[in-house]
Structures are given as C-alpha cells and as structure tokens.
Design a protein around this ligand. Sequence first.
Ligand SMILES: [Zn+2]
Ligand SMILES: [Zn+2]
Length: 285
Amino acid sequence: MKYLFLLIFMIPIHKVESDRWGANGHRIVAKICYDNLTEQAKKQVDELLGDHYLEQVSNWPDFIKSEKPWGFASPWHYMTISADQTLEQTIEESAKDPKINNVFEGIEAMLAILRDDPEATQSFQAIVDKNKAKLLNGSIKASALAFLIHFIGDIHQPMHVGKNRDLGGNKIEVLYFSERENLHGIWDTDMIEREKLSFTEFSAFVEKHVHSYKAEWENDPIHEWVQESIELREEIYNTLYDNTDRTTGLPSFSYNYQHDFLPKIEKRLGAAGYRAAALLNEIYK
Ligand SMILES: [Zn+2]
Ligand SMILES: [Zn+2]
C-alpha cells in the first residue's frame, strides 16, 4: 500500500488527470446507451437523474476523483492483470476480498445496487457514510447509475485493463503528432479529440459504423469485455515501436496510427454503449 502511494505521487499531475477516457469518450458511450434504451428504461433513468443528462453524469465519477471523501473509489476505474495470472484467476482472487477492488467488481456492484440487491446497497451506503462522501442527487441509485455508465466505458478502454509495470501505459512516453504524451493519455483522450467532433457527432458516426455488431455484443458476459480489451491492449504493445523517432527514441504516432486504430476505438465505444443499454433495458423492463 505504502508503495502504491509513492507511485501515485511520482506521476506528474497532468498524467494523473489524463487517467480516464476523456470527457467526450464517456459522453459518447452514454449517448449511444441512452439512444438505445427502451421508453420504459429512459423514463426510469430520467427520473433518477433529475436535472441531469446521462451524458453529463457519465463523467461525474472522474470529477469526484479530486474529492478526498471519494478517494476510496479510485481503484474502481481500472483493473490490473499481472503477467503470471489469467483473467479468471484475477477475478477469483479479488472476489475473496469483500470490498470493490477493480472496475470489473465496480460494474458488478453497481448493477446489483440498481437491481435492488440489499447487501450491495448496504455496503455501498456504509462506505459512503463512513467517508462522508456526497452522493449524486443525494441518491445511492443515481450515483450507482453514473458509476455504472462510467465504468462500462472504462473497462472498454484497453489501457484501463493494464499492466502494473507501467501503470496502464501512464509511464510510457510517446510522441503523438510530435507532442510528448503518454500512451494511456492518448488512448483516453487525444485520439478521440483529434477527430474534432462533438460527442453527438462522434456517437452518430460510431453507431453508423458498428450497429451491425449490436446483437452479438449485447449477449457477451463482462469477462468477455475484459478479454477483448486485453487483446486490443496486446496489439497496442506489439505495434508500439513500429515507428520510432530517431532523435528521442520514443514511439512516434501520427496519421498511420490514427488510421489503424480509430475504427477499433469506435468499436470499443459502440460495444460499451450497446452493452450498457442492454443491461439497463433488462433492469427496467
Ligand atoms: Zn484512463
Ligand atoms: Zn474512469
């Protein structure tokens, strides 16, 4: 634990702040989700969120990261699978510990709360009370919904299913269109922002391109989502040095990289949105 804190303080601030799908990444997932909800589910979501849109609250879990009382929720945004363990072993191991240890368990816990599971609701309420954390709309369920839509986005971001040796790519410096960035950050934010689209435009493009996968994606269990992220992550590592800058020795990404990976980012965002909608439609049927 002590070691972990040390590591966190060693990362320059801007790199910690980039530790998320950018605001638009989460909004795109939320927009695709909302557009694919049944009328019944839309009504329930609107009721829970009051004066907010799902697209807005999808970023709430990142905004509260800077609030001390919510510090306990920081590990809920990602998961680490160490090199000597399979995904199944990691899931089994962390299930032995009753608290929420990673994004996989975060999704399961938030789903359980939205499904009225008393045990999940009580243990979330207890940790919120203990830390005096302020809930979204003062509501456990509204908060669980915001966390759920956010975490489903995070788990589809391949660098959020990271390797601990480089903190999910946060410690890997790269050149992105000649700017020094870190690998995690360009996958969270820069590659999406580069397209210069609003989140509504971006989500429309994504749906146009990937809607044919919808039925197939909807039926996949959560561990399949993680498995897909791991596969894409491995592709990211395998192509890291395909184009290396001669002066700095850093991996250098520009048009080719954007061209190769943008369709894959679109698939991750689309899968996240459709899967979130399928789960909410099931809960609110
Ligand atoms: Zn991130
Ligand atoms: Zn996050």
